[in-house]
Write a protein that binds this ligand. Structure first.
Ligand SMILES: [Zn+2]
Length: 285
């Protein structure tokens, strides 16, 4: 039996497998473009993203996030000729199309025939609540979430095969606003109180670099997937972004959720219902 001490290596294996499979996956799953009435192999819209957005970026944290984003997103740049098939089609939500949070929710409701807002309401009825969190403050809960299901829509979760680390605790330290409002990683959590106090059952981390933010990490506890908690959490985060009232959400134009070719058919359909569209993009350095 595999032991818990191997758990940290699971992230490395997942990363290597992902890097090797991505170009192949991009070729094989271009047929998903038909769900957007785009022919497989067609040239996708290209957008240019600004990773600085006027920030003088003297903070080393800003510099780190900018260089990380330029490296991380380089595969999303369009390529000529037959190589365009190997480019992962970034799934981008154009926030500029939605002047208010309500206009976004209406668009999602229309596309999903009311199903997404209905699922979110069910989670609220069951007692789920969402709020920004400091991810490090829930280390034990997050380890339990990771270990709760071996197969996810994005593929196998190796941490679930090794078991949760047992020496972690939740410090419950409160959320802290990021140093720079244009360069940050921040997280939201979903909680359910079943009698022993609010318990973290899902989380969603976002990373913003300039005019775009992307899903960084997200997962729900396997035992609570049928509550609709992930749909509620995702919708709440999108509402927060489209609302633009928080300083961290001001000036954002794009929200990226992986690539068209990533994950199973359920994840693909979820992105479509949430109004993400396939595109290619380059970041100006
Ligand atoms: Zn900055």
């Amino acid at each position: 039996m595999l032991t818990r001490k191997f758990a940290p290596t699971s992230h490395l294996f997942t990363h290597i497998a992902h890097s090797l499979l991505q170009p192949l996956q991009s070729v094989l799953r271009k047929s998903r473009l038909r769900d957007f009435e785009i022919a497989p192999g067609a040239t996708l819209p290209e957008v240019r993203l600004d990773p600085r957005l006027g920030c003088d970026c003297a903070d080393p944290g800003c510099q780190h996030l900018i260089s990380d984003a330029l490296r991380f997103h380089s595969p999303n740049a369009p390529r000529p000729g037959i190589m365009r098939w190997t480019v992962p089609s970034a799934m981008l939500l154009d926030l500029r199309n939605f002047p208010t949070a309500e206009s976004y929710v209406q668009a999602v409701s229309k596309r999903s025939r009311g199903n997404v807002p209905r699922a979110a309401k069910k989670a609220v009825r069951l007692g789920c609540t969402c709020m920004p969190i400091r991810l490090e403050s829930y280390a034990a809960s997050i380890a339990v979430i990771h270990a709760s299901k071996r197969f996810r829509s994005g593929g196998p979760v190796l941490a679930a095969w090794f078991g949760a680390q047992g020496n972690l605790t939740d410090s419950l330290a409160p959320f802290e606003a990021p140093v720079c409002s244009k360069h940050w990683t921040l997280s939201w959590g979903a909680f359910l109180d079943e009698g022993g106090g609010p318990r973290l059952i899902a989380y969603l981390s976002l990373r913003r670099v300039g005019d775009m933010c992307r899903t960084h990490e997200l997962m729900a506890h396997g035992d609570y997937l049928n509550t609709g908690v992930m749909k509620l959490l995702f919708l709440e985060v999108c509402r927060w972004l489209a609302d633009r009232k928080a300083i961290e959400a001001m000036g954002l134009s794009w929200f990226m959720y992986g690539a068209l070719e990533h994950g199973g058919s359920g994840l693909h359909e979820w992105k479509r219902l949430m109004c993400f569209e396939p595109m290619t993009f380059t970041m100006t350095s």
